[in-house]
Design a protein around this ligand. Sequence first.
Ligand code: MN
Length: 445
Amino acid sequence: MTDDAQGDTSDGRSLAGAPLAAETDARAGEESRLKAGCSQDWLPHKESWVESANDPASDFPIENLPFAMFERDGSARLGVGIGDQILDATAAFGIGCMKDVMAMRRPSRAELRSRIGALLAKQTAGAESLLTPMAGARLLLPCEIGDYSDFYASIHHATNAGKMFRPDNPLLPNYKWLPVGYHGRASSIVVSGMPVRRPLGQTVENPAGPPSFGLSRRMDYEVELGAFLGPGNVMGEAIPASEACDHLFGVCLLNDWSARDIQSWEYQPLGPFLAKSFATSISPWVVTMEALEPFRCAAEARPEGDPQPLPYLQTGGNDALGITLEVWLGTARSEPVRISRSNFARMYWTLPQMVAHHASNGCPLKPGDLIGSGTVSGPEKENRGCLLELTWRGTEPLQLPSGETRRFLEDGDEVILRGYCEAPGLRRIGFGECRGTVTAGRGSV
Ligand code: MN
């Protein structure tokens, strides 16, 4: 293999050179000051020798190169999505797992991306042996997730949900000053395709109680973006807002399953607990911040009269992401239909602001930690990212083309999240899917 196989990549090194190790490198200090977005080495509409990647409808063209963990020959391996194939990055580059890539500083991740791109841009002898068809492959959780926190960053969702729980006071005074969040449960995060059992819990008929213990009758989904953390900070040190983007590794689709009847009884004064912790589903593919670079844009201007963020939350960059998110609902009787569509660019708080806020008290963030964005809703009814909002707490049932109606999810319902980025002159990139089917709960009292 020679350097001319590199084409337009910048590093000019051999493709399958020495394995890249996870780094805690000394040069990081200097390199981390490199401006975000320095790795735009991919021109639009680049071709791959993996033919299916050149289909404009593919989620996984060579501009994307998302990571997933998958099973091959009985072992877990790091994969890269290309068209309808998975490249075995463990075999090609000697990287054992995704967390090793998450721990790399941004310049090293960009260099790895260049090497993967070069390998998939020009065919070399034997390279086909590194491919596994996606169809039939077993995809795993991206990594063992250390900590999981969930935010509430859509002002449209917060206002709608707030109106239902507190009609006279929908947005609390802190909302426009900080990205509100809570600590979630990492142990119940599952990968797309895993069924989700209806939970048991305390619910009330009357807001003042008394409660009974039984199966949730108001089970809901929430369409969110999940963001995996990169290098992170040491305990006691904050992450400056201007560097927060460098500590984001990539994003996936996230369904924050929610039992609304359990939630409304338990959530005060400390926030969500068992209404959320029974399950969270994520997509197996993690789309890197490098792939999202062309889809960055300025966050929406705050309405007149809203406060500007405090200095520690001012990132000064184009930190919003133009990602379209769709929710599809299938039932035991009918094929999936799209029930909502929203755009992540409309969030009130951006992912770098969430990272800067999360670490501002010195709490250490680590590679493989996951943050959820909060339900991604927009201003219109079709942008509402959960059934609570879409059916207005069940008072306006959703009419499905099959004639069925839904207030909340029923057993056998399948929720499918999809996401993609589109912009003029750029090739579309996608996130694959996050699927989960609700199964009957066990027992009641
Ligand atoms: Mn949520």
